[in-house]
Design a protein around this ligand. Sequence first.
Ligand code: HEM
Length: 504
Amino acid sequence: MILLLACLLCMFLAITFILFLRFYRNSNKLALRHLPIFGLLPEVLLDLHLFHDKLSKILRTRKGTILINYWLSPNSILLTSDPANVHYMLTTNFSRYPKGSEWRKRFDVFGHGLFNSDFEEWTLQRKAARGFLTHAKFHQLTAKSVPEIIEEGLIPVLEHACKKDLAVDLQDLIKRYTFDYATIIASGCNSKSLSVELPEIPFSKALDDAGEAIFFRHIVPETLWKLQRWLRIGKERKYRDGWRVIDEFYQNLVTKQEPRKDEESFNVLNLYLNRNEILQPRDNDEEVMRDNIISLIFAAEDTTSTAISWFFWLVSKNPEAISKIREELRLNTAPKDANKGDKDRPRSFDFDELSNLVYLHAALCESLRLFPSIPYETRTPTQQDKLPSGHRVNEKTIVIICSYAMGRMPSVWGEDCHEFKPERWITDEGKIKHEPSHKFFAFNTRPRMCPGKEIAFVVMKAIAAAIIYNYDIQVLENPPVIPSLSISLRMKHGLMVRVKRKSS
Ligand code: HEM
């Protein structure tokens, strides 16, 4: 009898919950509801992978900005995709809109590194990062290592897939490519994760788990994710476990590295170990070294691989773009038999050749406009303020800048903003059109703009050119290609493709 009653009660609760969700879903499709206990969670759960699009649609109908107030609380969230607001907050009034303690709390795995710092600490660390990323030796290291990873890693894997007619996850291969590159610049060590055996990369998986947990920390109220963390359940458990993997990976890098002063050893870890003046050594170097190395690998690996993956998905739907890239490669690069005398061997391109590729550059910008690797940026104002959009913010407001929505605003990019049109990036003179960074926000904006932007384009062009020139790629769309809910916009189920050698 008790069992029967319990079953009936469960059925009643389940039906009530389903009816509530249906009512909730139908009540207003163009509203974003922030509930007292659950925050934005019901919105996210109802339309899981459509969340980014739903938010973009709502922002379009609200002229690019929404202010959500909490019930009976001074706290609020401001969501904006308005470039005027972005310019006002992140450039004109930069010091009044730091990342703040709210950011650091949520991104705690990145510790005290550049990514998490503000004010004077940020200025110092930023100078150090730029010192490294603009150094001639860093560019030499990239020019040497990128073609090596393509020739010794990527091409053998793709040749293997062609021969065996295997379906492969292109996002995974690209991630391995950027991971190997990132570990070379961070520690001088090529992880060789891009090899025919496709070894597991626990570190990369741990960063993915951390990215998802951090995203959810922005969606659910703090008490809820802190409770999960305390109970060690759900995404918080994966975050904790991943954190351990990240620390072990780092320890491993440090133990393998001997401080060296030769030409070959220009990498961040070695510069720290040698207390090189580029990194401006300080007392708390031990901790900062770990945080900056992890942050650099994340910054270089995740963002770049996400960008290239969406680029391949977009060009697979636009075969005309592929033809144009091939034609540009044919006209601007050395003939095929210049490839070590063997014209049947798949080839890679050197950096001088890649620098001439205007259409490919435009296609990558267009892809980053539609699919920015980091879809949201948050900031906390230090004082009361009124934004150009007329919205008022204060110290209790979390400002979320929605880059994904910004690329899809007709008021910003025109009525054709949903179309993939690399041509919009090319001037009448055939050069790349400059768009201000508060409008093309994929790399953030000055003064906190991504210091790796220039190198990111080289790394992206190198792999895009090598694949498009040598292979035909057929995207399988099974499983479906959808964005994950994470701090980066990687594809939830990867990008399954079949690869064939392109006939000459
Ligand atoms: C397509 C590839 C890339 C994209 C879309 C991208 C985008 C971004 C964005 C949006 C930020 C700001 C993040 C934030 O502060 O919240 C950032 C920061 C940063 N990026 Fe990139 N990035 C890319 C590649 C790279 C590469 C290859 C490197 C290094 C080799 C790099 C190094 C950094 C660093 C060090 C920061 C922190 C800057 C600071 O906080 O002042 N990025 N990137």
